[in-house]
Design a protein around this ligand. Structure first.
Ligand SMILES: Nc1ncnc2c1ncn2[C@@H]1O[C@H](COP(=O)(O)OP(=O)(O)O)[C@@H](O)[C@H]1O
Ligand SMILES: [Mg+2]
Length: 191
C-alpha cells in the first residue's frame, strides 16, 4: 500500500487520541502524535501563560512530518493543529459543546480554557480553518458526541477507503448552542 498522510484534528476533548489508538490497533494505521513530534523537533516556540498552551511553529512541524521515515499504508497525524499541515485528507472530530464541556471539565482545566475550547467548537473553528487551508473536498467531519467508538472506527474506515460525501463539512451545526451557553457568557454578549 502506498504511504499516505491523513490529519486527525479536532478541538481538545473531541476524542482524537481515543480514536487514533483504536485505529492503530484495529486498522493498522501508523500514528504520529504531533504534540510529541512538535516537542522533539523544537516547534513549540513559546508558552502562552494566559491560555496555558504552547504556540507551534507550523513550518518546522511540517518539515519534521516530511522528514519522518516513510511508513507503509496510512499514517495518522494526530493533534489539534493537524489540519494546518499540508496533507491531502483532514478528518475533523466534532462534539456537541454540552458534551465537550463535560469532557473537558473532567480534565481539571481552568474554566477559561474550557470556555475557550467549547466556544471554538460551537463556532466550527477547526472545520473552517481546515476548509480554508485544504479546500472542502479534502475535509470530512465525524461526530463523536454520541456515536460509540466502534461506529466511529467504522466511519473512519469508510473515509480512509475513499468515502467523502457522507461526511462533508456543513452537516454538523452547533450554533444553536450559542443561545444556551451554560455560562450564559455568549448569550449575554448577543443583542
Ligand atoms: N466516541 C466517544 N464517545 C464517548 N466518549 C469519548 C469518545 N471518544 C473519546 N471519549 C472520551 O472523551 C475524552 C476525551 O477524549 P480524547 O481522546 O482524550 O480527546 P482528544 O485527544 O481529542 O483531546 C476522554 O475521556 C475519552 O474517554
Ligand atoms: Mg489527545
Amino acid at each position: 500500500m502506498e504511504p499516505r498522510l491523513v490529519a486527525l484534528s479536532g478541538t481538545p476533548g473531541t476524542g482524537k487520541s481515543t480514536l487514533a489508538h483504536l485505529a492503530s490497533v484495529r486498522l493498522g494505521v501508523h500514528l504520529v502524535d504531533l504534540g510529541v513530534l512538535a516537542k522533539e523537533c523544537g516547534a513549540l516556540t513559546s508558552y502562552d501563560g494566559a491560555r496555558k498552551s504552547w504556540d507551534v511553529d507550523l513550518e518546522r512541524l511540517q518539515q519534521a512530518v516530511e522528514g519522518l521515515p516513510r511508513q507503509q499504508g496510512t499514517s495518522l497525524l494526530v493533534g489539534h493543529a493537524a489540519h494546518l499541515l499540508d496533507v491531502p485528507l483532514v478528518v475533523v472530530l466534532r462534539t456537541d459543546p454540552r458534551v465537550l464541556r463535560e469532557r473537558l471539565g473532567q480534565r481539571g482545566w481552568p474554566t477559561s480554557k474550557v470556555d475557550e475550547n467549547v466556544e471554538a467548537e460551537t463556532l466550527d473553528t477547526i472545520t473552517i480553518e481546515a476548509v480554508e487551508e485544504r479546500g472542502i473536498d479534502a475535509v470530512v467531519e465525524l461526530d463523536t458526541s454520541s456515536a460509540g467508538i466502534e461506529v466511529l472506527l467504522e466511519q473512519l474506515q469508510q473515509v480512509l477507503a475513499g468515502e467523502r460525501a457522507k461526511y462533508r463539512p456543513g452537516g454538523i451545526d452547533y450554533s444553536g448552542r450559542l443561545l444556551e451557553s451554560s455560562e450564559g457568557r455568549v448569550a449575554h454578549t448577543r443583542r
